[in-house]
Design a protein around this ligand. Structure first.
Ligand code: FPP
Length: 256
């Protein structure tokens, strides 16, 4: 057994310095740095993506093992269509494989899986696998895993505006009755809620059009680790940092 496997095994349960009562309920992750990970090893950029899937597979297991209720990951943005076609094909194929190969694991762990984004524009075989995976896991009662695919935060907000505008036009909604709760019912994250913690790898300090509405009060954790190198030890650090934060949601503490 390698040193890394020994460390990972010892982190099978929530590390003892973390408070299980103060874990983030929902974690969102921008999985950045696959290309650089491959380049640093003298490999073509796209070789980083399969290793990115390995890191994602372990993160899903880790979140489930440690009691996280919802995990949302950014797999493909509406802007990623500008990448070389070969790379787009590889990512689409990897998402499809992941949704198919992990089905047994999702069943064992009772993980409910959904994709969010403009799914109608995805390749036909991925759309079919998406539907199968969502159908097969729909009744699962455990962690919610959401894979943002062809997702854009601005597009999501516009779509919610269009839905509300249509109701106003039909005379079923007064503009003054539009509030945060009614707006949120038209977002993809309805039922999952806002992330408490947003993790971004590879050191970039950007939101990159991810969950623009929902991250209003999320704690942000940025690590220099490239996504394929993100492991349970790094997740431990992210959660430890989260538990040190003072979440005030715009308020002041009574003592201040
Ligand atoms: C960012 O790295 C990563 C992506 C755009 C794709 C993320 C995809 C995966 C982890 C694999 C497939 C996903 C699933 C859900 C199975 P980058 O290529 O932008 O890296 P760079 O910034 O170093 O170039």
């Amino acid at each position: 057994m390698t040193a890394k496997q020994i460390v990972d095994r010892s982190l099978k349960t929530l590390p003892s310095d973390l408070d299980p009562q103060r874990l983030p309920r929902h974690i969102a992750v921008i999985m950045d740095g696959n290309g650089r990970w491959a380049r640093r090893r003298g490999l073509p950029r796209i070789m980083g993506h399969p290793r990115g899937v390995d890191a994602l597979r372990d993160l899903v297991r880790c979140c489930d093992d440690w009691g996280i209720k919802a995990l949302t990951v950014y797999a493909f943005s509406t802007e990623n269509w500008n990448r070389p076609q070969k790379e787009i094909n590889v990512i689409m194929m990897l998402i499809e494989q992941f949704l198919r190969w992990e089905l047994r694991e999702f069943a064992q762990r009772q993980i409910r899986v959904e994709l969010m984004g403009q799914l109608q524009d995805l390749p036909e075989s991925l759309k079919q696998q998406t539907q199968r995976t969502m159908d097969k896991t729909a009744e699962n009662q455990g962690m919610r895993l959401t894979v943002a695919t062809n997702y854009g935060g601005r597009q999501e907000i516009l779509q919610a505006c269009q839905a509300l505008a249509a109701q106003v036009q039909q005379g079923t909604l007064n503009p003054e009755d539009i509030d945060q709760a009614s707006f949120e019912r038209h977002l993809y994250t309805v039922g999952i809620g806002d992330p408490d913690l947003l993790i971004r790898t590879s050191g970039e300090m950007r939101i990159s059009n991810f969950l623009l509405w929902q991250v209003a009060y999320s704690e942000i954790y940025i690590t220099d680790k490239l996504w394929p190198d993100f492991d349970r030890a790094e997740m431990h650090r992210a959660l430890w940092a989260f538990q040190k934060r003072d979440r005030r949601f715009g308020k002041v503490k009574p003592s201040r």
